[in-house]
Design a protein around this ligand. Structure first.
Ligand SMILES: [Zn+2]
Length: 288
């Protein structure tokens, strides 16, 4: 099945009280592991690409070629969206041109007026081309590609202003943070999330920084309207751990253990296990 935008899968998720995982990709192994896990579990999935990862993988056109090739060669039949994560205005336009099916424009660092203006322009472009668009209000804490946010809570009225522009999904800060959570993290603000959902109605809400949020908080967030959850760091940690173990066990030194197809296999399997675990937690299994 060719790439789809994220609208239908997220509308269904919001109505069915589950969430679709966005798993960020870094290379071929990541992409293949996530696509196969989605197919094996009959789950819709969103492949996330940050601008930094886009550069690393030799540009958006390379990524579109790789993903489209895999959809065909691996006979993927579950809905898959290819989505730009935390895009700049120019980055979003470049991904639209390259063949992504979904983009995020993160205007949270602009004034609300400028965020509205730029988001509105992109709504027009995405509508015309049948793409889904994610917008953001209130910066999300931690660091992503050098952008540091403080983990603030979004203003529900500003959320409504952006949601009313005709976007597909809305990311709003509710105390969540990218990367590993610090020991003294205050947790998610369900009060803020509840207020945002009341103002934005059917709009699917997006929870960024899904790594390390306790399962009960994830489930409560889903019950309050979160329909898309972004996972990035957790796959990186499990890949690194499995790869480290392979080398520490000296397996790269035995026989042809240095062959990249062998060296990267444990990390590949570790990503698959993490993705499956998240799909179970989010409730997206058998929802394709
Ligand atoms: Zn994010």
């Amino acid at each position: 099945m060719p790439l789809v935008n994220a609208k239908e899968m997220l509308t269904k998720a919001k109505a069915g009280k589950y969430a679709v995982g966005q798993f960020n990709i870094n290379n071929l192994e990541w992409t293949k592991a996530i696509l196969l896990t989605a197919q094996e579990n009959n789950s819709p999935v969103i492949l996330g690409v940050s601008e930094g990862a886009g550069k690393y993988m030799c540009g958006y056109k390379t990524i579109v070629g790789m993903v489209n090739g895999m959809l065909e060669e691996l006979n993927i039949t579950v809905p898959v969206a290819l989505h730009l994560d935390h895009g700049s205005y120019d980055g979003a336009k470049a991904c639209i041109e390259a063949g992504f099916s979904s983009v995020m424009f993160d205007g949270s660092h602009y004034s609300i007026e400028e965020n509205v203006e730029k988001t509105k322009e992109l709504v027009g472009i995405c509508e015309k081309l049948g793409l889904s668009l994610e917008a953001e209000v209130g910066s999300i804490g931690g660091e992503e590609d050098g952008v540091v946010g403080a983990g603030e809570c979004a203003d529900p009225d500003e959320c409504k202003m952006i949601a009313d522009l005709g976007i597909t999904m809305l990311a709003a800060g509710i105390g969540n943070i990218h990367g590993k959570y610090p020991e003294n993290w205050a947790g998610l603000s369900f009060e803020t999330l509840d207020a945002i959902q009341q103002k934005t109605g059917d709009m699917p809400l997006v929870l960024h920084g899904g790594t390390g949020i306790p399962a009960d908080m994830i489930q409560r967030a889903i019950s309050l309207g979160v329909s898309k959850i972004n996972v990035n760091t957790e796959c990186q940690l499990s890949f690194a751990e499995a790869t480290r173990k392979y080398i520490e066990d000296g397996k790269d030194l035995a026989g042809k253990g240095f062959d990249p197809r062998k060296l990267l296999a444990p990390g590949f399997e570790a990503i698959k296990a993490t993705v499956k675990e998240k799909m179970e937690l989010f409730g997206s299994i058998d929802k394709a």
